[in-house]
Design a protein around this ligand. Structure first.
Ligand code: COA
Length: 132
């Protein structure tokens, strides 16, 4: 199966929303993804096969040195084939090309192997406050 990866690739709100709902196990909601991406992101990466969108990752940033990975998503039917790793590799190259110095991510413990071993992130201390 051929999968095509694209930085800032075109994607419909509905297909991103469906991938998000599948990946994070919640009901579909009609988020204006394209509006959010155009206003708040350095970029994003799409992965498509012959059936449609199978992968997505959003790269937000501070406009200078720091870029942040959000919503790394691969459709169930395309998992464990290296799609997630490739999404992050494209995001990393593009953030570097945009002049960023650091790429951040946070994740649950069960994904340590994905982010550290497969994608090359180093462990660091980080913090989080739940606001609502
Ligand atoms: C996490 C996710 C993006 C990984 O995508 P993927 O395309 O399946 O990952 P890859 O095939 O590139 O994985 C590369 C390696 O990372 C590791 N890995 C990937 N998924 C893993 C998982 N769920 N648990 C543990 N290790 C994992 C494995 O070592 C894998 O290599 P292997 O298949 O040869 O063992 C995908 O499972 C997903 O969309 N999950 C639901 C949404 C989510 O939790 N996103 C992350 C938010 S922080």
């Amino acid at each position: 199966m051929t999968i095509t990866f694209e930085w800032r690739g075109a994607a419909e709100n509905e297909e991103i929303g469906r991938l998000h709902a599948e990946g994070f196990d919640h009901a579909y909601d009609p988020t204006d993804w394209t509006g959010l991406l155009s206003r708040h992101s350095l970029g994003w990466v799409t992965a498509r096969d012959h059936e449609g969108l199978v992968g997505f990752v959003n790269v937000i940033w501070d406009g200078q040195a720091h870029a942040f990975i959000e919503d790394t998503l691969v459709a169930d039917r395309a998992r464990r084939q290296g799609v997630g790793k490739r999404l992050i590799a494209v995001a990393t190259e593009e953030a570097k090309g945009a002049g960023c110095e650091w790429l951040h991510v946070d994740f649950d413990d069960h994904l340590k192997s994905f982010y550290y071993d497969a994608c090359g992130f180093s462990p660091t201390s980080a913090g989080l406050i739940q606001l609502r």
